[in-house]
Design a protein around this ligand. Structure first.
Ligand SMILES: [Zn+2]
Length: 296
């Protein structure tokens, strides 16, 4: 434990009582590290929380039994703030979140500790806290989505519904479609197709009779992608509904622009939706593409 510098502080707190050297039985942070260890210091540790639904979470845990910030002396407070700052920077660099939530409760565990939660405008809880209830899944008729030409493409016998939500709610409908189109038809590997962005992206699904007809996603960096339409429902305009729903969602979430990688033969399709090509041609999965962006 660092010696007190003796500098006069606004709060003059006496040095910390030495915490017991032996772990206290029944104390979760004495008995367990509390995550994947990233940094060990005599007085604190930084651990990563590997959660597939929410990447980029970490904890800074004071190693000794101190329940309140006001129990630390000045040097310890400075040390702790430095640790919090470095953890914040580490998460920003690694995960590029839109926001980092920092929470400290400690009602049950007598170790001062701080939860770091990386947040994206596209994560399932945004803008509420990650322990709040996620909004329930809302389906709407395609013709109710505000797309004037919607009913031209789908007959009355196909009461297709559209929903925009998170991966937790839509993965059962979206995954089989993407597997069929990208993994089976286009030979993309399963690992590449279902990447770590799914859990922090917004997804759209068009479905009828509880089966997905089309899907797509808006990734946290504003990229629209993973547009997949079931083989026997192509050329009905579903792709346009999917992209427009994601454009509406991006605007609702405050994105200033979005982009996609469009296959060269489909550039006209994206231009009609308002996208402009802003790169040279490049190969992706051996198919020529251009980057196309849309500024709201
Ligand atoms: Zn303990």
């Amino acid at each position: 434990m660092p010696a007190s510098s003796g500098r006069p502080g606004f709060l003059s707190v006496s040095p910390l009582q030495q915490a017991p050297a032996e772990p206290v039985a029944g104390c979760v942070f004495c008995e367990e590290v509390g995550g994947r260890l990233l940094q060990h210091h005599e007085d604190f540790r930084v651990v990563a929380i590997d959660d597939i639904e929410l990447p980029g979470c970490a904890r800074v845990i004071w190693n000794h039994h101190v329940a309140e910030l006001s129990e630390l002396n000045e040097d310890q407070r400075l040390l702790l703030v430095q640790a919090l700052h470095e953890t914040d920077l580490r998460i920003r660099t690694l995960h590029k979140p839109h926001k980092i939530n920092i929470a400290s409760f400690g009602n049950k565990v007598p170790h001062l500790h701080f939860h770091f939660i990386a947040r994206w405008r596209t994560d399932p809880w945004w803008p509420e806290s990650t322990w709040s209830q996620r909004p329930s899944l809302q389906w709407q008729g395609i013709s109710a989505t505000g797309f004037a030409e919607a009913t031209e493409h789908l007959s009355d016998s196909e009461p297709a519904l559209l929903a925009v939500s998170d991966w937790i709610q839509l993965k059962d409908l979206a995954s089989p479609l993407r597997r069929a189109v990208f993994v089976q038809e286009q030979s993309v590997s399963e690992e590449e197709e279902f990447d770590s962005f799914d859990s922090i992206s917004r997804h759209v699904v068009i479905a009828e009779n509880q089966a997905g007809l089309g899907t797509g996603r808006l990734a946290p960096d504003g990229r629209i992608g993973r547009i997949a339409v079931a083989k026997d429902h192509r050329n009905k305009g579903l792709g346009r509904f999917l992209i427009r729903a994601l454009l509406n969602e991006a605007q609702r979430l405050g994105f200033e622009s979005v982009y996609l990688h469009g296959q060269v033969q489909a550039l006209g399709f994206y231009e009609k939706l308002g996208f402009t090509a802003d790169s040279e041609e490049f190969l992706e999965c051996e198919i020529p593409h251009r980057r196309m962006s849309l500024i709201f």
